[in-house]
Design a protein around this ligand. Structure first.
Ligand SMILES: Nc1ncnc2c1ncn2[C@@H]1O[C@H](COP(=O)(O)OP(=O)(O)OP(=O)(O)O)[C@@H](O)[C@H]1O
Ligand SMILES: [Mg+2]
Length: 225
């Protein structure tokens, strides 16, 4: 089986000249369809940087980064957009839009699927919110929801477009043990149903048991790929 994410000898630095700060050093990792991979590592080791490169949100120019059979190194905007359209993101700070309801936050993601009518988008968003247990909170705004409920809206938002890849950056950082496990459990279960591949960055050792594999990014390298 060919890998869905295949990274070889990826180098990445911020800045240039004397201010060059190497962050990723010859990172190599291969992730298969449907795999749930957790990435840990010290603060500042480059985990978020790595996720943004994989997700087509940041350009890298050294090495090979194949995602969904697209080469992202020195890629065109068009190639990055193709990857973004098939990727769901969960950010550490949930990034929900405050003036919008849960339903509007989730259905907004579907606007890039322009073959859908607004009615279809809202129906699909409502279904996804029901799947994460928020069927009775569709019209609540983020500040009227608990931290765990907001996290579940983020999960619904990341999955509603049926992406092939979910990239999650410390999705349980602000949750207690039970809510964290619940949120990640929902993510894993829905992803299994859809065959989604998950790459999840976490410092949270309480959720390691949901992983198929745990890798560590340290000193810019993956230690146990
Ligand atoms: N836009 C930027 N410009 C310059 N340096 C940056 C930028 N973003 C991150 N860095 C630096 O790159 C390094 C890696 O940052 P990154 O955010 O990837 O770390 P991280 O592993 O996600 O850390 P944490 O666990 O704290 O979230 C850090 O030293 C940081 O200072
Ligand atoms: Mg980070």
């Amino acid at each position: 089986m060919s890998a869905l994410i295949d990274v070889r000898n990826l180098d990445f630095s911020f800045g240039s000249g004397e201010l060059t700060q190497p962050v990723l050093k010859s990172v190599t990792i291969s992730i298969n369809k449907g795999e749930v991979v957790l990435m840990t590592g010290p603060s500042g080791s480059g985990k978020t940087t790595f996720l943004t490169i994989i997700g087509g949100l940041r350009q890298a120019s050294n090495g090979s980064v194949k995602v969904l059979d697209q080469q992202l190194i020195n890629s065109t905007e068009q190639v990055k957009v193709k990857v973004r359209q098939q990727t769901g993101y969960i950010f550490q700070q949930h990034n929900l839009l405050k003036p919008l309801t849960a339903l509007q936050n989730v259905s907004m993601t579907l606007e890039m699927h322009n073959h859908m009518t607004e009615g279809e988008r809202l129906a699909q968003a409502a279904d996804m919110l029901k799947a994460v247990g928020l069927g009775d909170r569709l019209n609540y705004k983020p500040e009227q929801l608990s931290g765990g409920q907001r996290q579940r809206v983020s999960i619904a938002r990341a999955l509603v477009g049926k992406p092939r890849i979910v990239l999650a950056d410390e999705p349980t950082a602000s949750l207690d043990k039970q809510s964290g496990q619940d949120a990640v459990g929902i993510l894993k279960q829905l992803a299994k149903e859809l065959g989604t591949t998950i790459l999840l960055v976490t410092h949270d050792y309480r959720i390691l048991d949901i992983a198929d594999r745990v890798v560590e990014l340290e000193d810019g390298k993956i230690q146990n790929a």
